[in-house]
Design a protein around this ligand. Structure first.
Ligand code: SIN
Length: 294
């Protein structure tokens, strides 16, 4: 059951709208007041001006995940777009295009035993320096379904009670990936590695650009809270996972062929729906490297 966010005086979580300067080079169409916006008026196959790049940065900071429709990018243009935002991250386990380790394959079809990202997660939070953002370009869509859900971890943090915020302040959690990645990509012909990453991160992290606090535990990778008994850690993580999945914090993106989603892993979790079997959904993800959470 979803936890109620009703306090005694209306909703416990109230979103404060931004009221910034109008954008000059792009148009913004918000999916919800809390998370997600479609960006129009830009062709990402063309070199970006400094102002366009700055406005995309701003749109990402304000909306957490941004979407672009009707983009026609080569692999190189996709990589070049990612490099405007930082060095590219190489996934520790997933398949990539031949000779291009930075270009991850996202693909599911009739033969697939699974699809990428089916549970709520933050990309590769098991890395000591987890990715800042992910840029997914879907080329082929099923006739229906294959949506991706995104959730704001700022909203999830803000909606916690003050007592819970105090409890979690300064706490660290262990993130692991052995249980996720071993054997996971065998159907793509990917051989397992001797070991997979693990790291400790703060349960509440501060976003380096916005300065806002975000809840940073996810069902995919977070195994336990540090410094408390295991039964307390299990119970608390169960509560937090249920809390972050409240639909109030979410948007849901309906893909069309040639769309791009760019999400900020420092303040967003996501989940892909594999509801389209036996149809095919295929594309590539470029992932932008990040910093150590604090
Ligand atoms: C992922 O990067 O987790 C996959 C997301 C998706 O396929 O929508």
């Amino acid at each position: 059951m979803q936890s109620s966010l009703k306090g005694n005086n209306g909703p416990r979580y109230r979103h404060t709208a931004q009221s910034g300067e109008p954008y000059q080079t792009i148009r913004i169409d918000k999916l919800t007041p809390i998370i997600g916006a479609e960006i129009a008026g830009i062709d990402l196959a063309k070199p970006l001006s400094e102002q366009q790049e700055a406005e995309i940065h701003r749109a990402l900071a304000e909306n957490l995940v941004i979407f672009f429709r009707d983009q026609h990018l080569t692999c190189q243009q996709h990589l070049d777009f990612g490099r405007r935002f930082g060095d590219l991250h190489i996934h520790p386990a997933a398949p990539s295009e031949p000779g291009i380790p930075e270009l991850m394959i996202i693909h599911a079809d009739r033969e697939s035993p699974r699809a990428n990202g089916e549970g709520w997660h933050t990309d590769v939070s098991c890395d000591a320096e987890p990715p800042m953002g992910s840029i997914l370009y879907i080329r082929t869509c099923p006739p229906h379904g294959g949506d991706t859900l995104f959730a704001s971890m700022y909203a999830a943090y803000d909606a916690l009670s003050e007592r819970m915020k105090t409890y979690l302040a300064g706490m660290q959690a262990r993130h692991e990936s052995e249980h996720v990645y071993r054997g996971m990509f065998a159907n793509f012909g990917v051989a397992d590695k001797p070991s997979y990453p693990s790291a400790e991160h703060p349960v509440v992290r501060t976003h380096p650009v916005t300065g806002k606090k975000a809840l940073y535990v996810n069902r995919g990778f977070t195994r336990n809270l540090i410094g408390v008994p295991s039964d307390e850690s299990d119970g608390m993580l169960r509560y937090l996972y249920e809390h972050v999945e409240n639909p109030l914090f979410q948007c849901r993106f309906r893909w069309r062929a040639s769309s791009i989603a760019f999400w900020d892993n420092r303040c967003v979790q996501h989940r892909a729906m594999w509801d389209y079997w036996p149809h095919t959904r295929t594309g590539n993800r470029v992932t932008v490297a990040g910093d150590r959470p604090y």
